[in-house]
Design a protein around this ligand. Structure first.
Ligand code: ATP
Length: 267
């Protein structure tokens, strides 16, 4: 691991009069998985839109702060140049092109990348290795895939641009637990192959298992941040985001001889 892959400093965002982010700062170190937790409306999607420079499509604008990738400011780039610079997003709701084939969806993902033909072929091999089903069903329309398979396609499409940093917006949303766990395993594998990941999740248990560091966003502000295992052990995160009741916590403490046990969501 070297320096920062992605650095967000004092970022503020508004949608007209609505202030959606206030002076948010966070860092994704090179080679890391970093999670942003927060409930509905906390500003998680807004943060990703600001990084990808797509806020204007939603009527929003950055009102202060900076975003940089490997030391290079992204602040004035159009969205397609952000992709070419090395940031790809998997949007919430696994938006795939339903009428296009799986293969054409993946081809579309390569359009924004900066690589040549050899790089695209390498990216496609990587995607097929990660998700063999996308090779098996290459000629089928994407709309015929299951929800989990569409999520794989959405991740695969983002990887076709060979990003340095992958942004994931709630990849587990609406998926059965087994499929969510498979997607989590794949995110880990993608990261082990050298791609840094910024993961936005309401599923805190899953996010804290994957990430080395996490930030809690509440009503547009970072209220907590730190190593993922420290956050997972904090009473506030346990109660608010992991659904641990006071009785559960008390039982954990007595089982662990006074220390909060983390094994339940680490196992
Ligand atoms: P969720 O988990 O529900 O997707 P979130 O954490 O991603 O929530 P955002 O969607 O970023 O939250 O919303 C942050 C704030 O900005 C909310 O108050 C929301 O109502 C507001 N907001 C989001 N998109 C728009 C928009 N296009 N126009 C106006 N306000 C918006």
């Amino acid at each position: 691991m070297g320096g920062s892959a992605l650095l967000v400093r004092d970022l503020s965002v508004g949608y007209g009069p609505v202030r959606a982010l206030r002076q948010v700062s966070l860092e994704v170190p090179e080679g890391a998985v970093v999670a942003v937790l927060g409930s509905n409306g906390a500003g998680k999607s807004t943060l990703l839109r600001a990084v990808c420079r797509t806020l204007s499509f939603h009527g929003g604008a950055v009102t202060g702060g900076t975003v940089s990738l490997g030391g290079r400011p992204l602040d004035r780039l159009p969205p397609e140049r952000v992709v070419a610079a090395g940031v790809s997003q998997v949007p919430e709701g696994r938006r795939v092109f339903a009428r296009m084939t799986v293969a054409d969806n993946l081809r579309a993902g390569a359009l924004g990348g900066s690589g040549g033909r050899a790089e695209r072929a390498r990216a496609l091999r990587r995607v097929h290795d990660l998700f063999p089903v996308l090779a098996d069903r290459a000629q089928q329309r994407a709309g015929l895939l299951s929800g989990g398979e569409q999520q794989m396609l959405a991740v695969g499409r983002a990887l076709m641009g060979s990003p340095k940093v992958l942004l994931l917006d709630e990849p587990s949303l609406g998926l059965a637990p087994l499929m969510a766990a498979r997607i989590a395993d794949t995110v880990r594998e993608i990261n082990e192959q050298g791609t840094s990941v910024l993961l936005v999740e309401q599923n805190a248990a899953l996010a804290l298992r994957l990430a080395s560091r996490a930030y809690v966003l509440e009503v547009g502000e970072v209220t907590l941040s730190g190593p993922a295992d420290t956050l997972a052990a904090s009473d506030e995160v346990r109660r608010r985001y992991l659904g641990v009741t006071d009785e559960d916590a008390a039982a954990d403490v007595s089982r662990a001889g006074g220390l909060p046990a983390l094994s339940r969501w680490k196992g």
